[in-house]
Design a protein. Structure first.
Lengths: 116, 116
């Protein structure tokens, strides 16, 4: 079975500062994928970034980077230079070979608020 | 615009009524899924499909049926609505990556369902 844990229900960050959102995962499968999604107050789900378990480098997409520590089973999202528009819920998610790649398991989310 | 289209956006049902939530995608994605989102619980998988004619149960399938007669459409049927099915429902689609996993789901805008 695969499981995602997000231990930070809410976080605050000052505008223009960097912030790290924590995510740990649990799977016995050597092949898996990790995702982060953003959900603004408008409700839509926006795909941000993907990390494969065999990827040699940490994934980056613009101001988003994924700090992948395989031995610790963590996949933290780092947002650099926070903007007011980054205020949203953020969900960590995963798929795995044994869990079924077509099935995505989500964490409970972290609500990020960016302070001017 | 290409993407995942969900209808309706809002719906109020009486206990015991049935209805179908519609979902269509025009990206020729193989994978499609239905999730429900409840406060503090993240997104939970209801049913999913890996292609036309193939569906399977997710984490919380009771009270819901699906079918996938075409690649584009993946409707979700509530058989006899109950107050416990009050939730926000998301349809999502994706394509498989080479070697497994997927490219990250594209989500519809959601359906906010209230059962009274």
């Amino acid at each position: 079975a695969q499981k995602i844990t997000q231990t930070q229900p809410g976080m605050f960050v000052q505008e223009k500062e960097a912030v790290t959102l924590d995510c740990t995962y649990d799977t016995s499968d050597p092949s898996y994928g990790l995702f982060w999604y953003k959900q603004p107050s408008s409700g839509e789900m926006i795909f941000l970034i993907y990390q494969g378990s065999y990827d040699q480098q940490n994934a980056t997409e613009g101001r988003y980077s994924l700090n992948f520590q395989k031995a610790r089973k963590s996949a933290n999202l780092v947002i650099s230079a926070s903007q007011l528009g980054d205020s949203a819920m953020y969900f960590c998610a995963m798929t795995s070979n044994s869990g079924g790649y077509q099935k995505v398991t989500f964490g409970t989310g972290t609500k990020l608020q960016v302070i001017p | 615009n290409a993407g995942v289209t969900q209808t309706p956006k809002f719906q109020v049902l009486k206990t015991g009524q049935s209805m179908t939530l519609q979902c269509a995608q025009d990206m020729n994605h193989e994978y499609m899924s239905w999730y429900r989102q409840d406060p503090g619980m993240g997104l939970r998988l209801i049913h999913y499909s890996v292609g036309a004619g193939i569906t399977d149960q997710g984490e919380v399938p009771n009270g819901y049926n699906v079918s996938r007669s075409t690649t584009e459409d993946f409707p979700l049927r509530l058989l006899s609505a109950a107050p416990s099915q009050t939730s926000v429902y998301f349809c999502a689609s994706s394509s498989p990556r080479r070697g497994g996993s997927n490219y990250g789901y594209t989500f519809g805008s959601g359906t906010r369902l209230t059962v009274v």
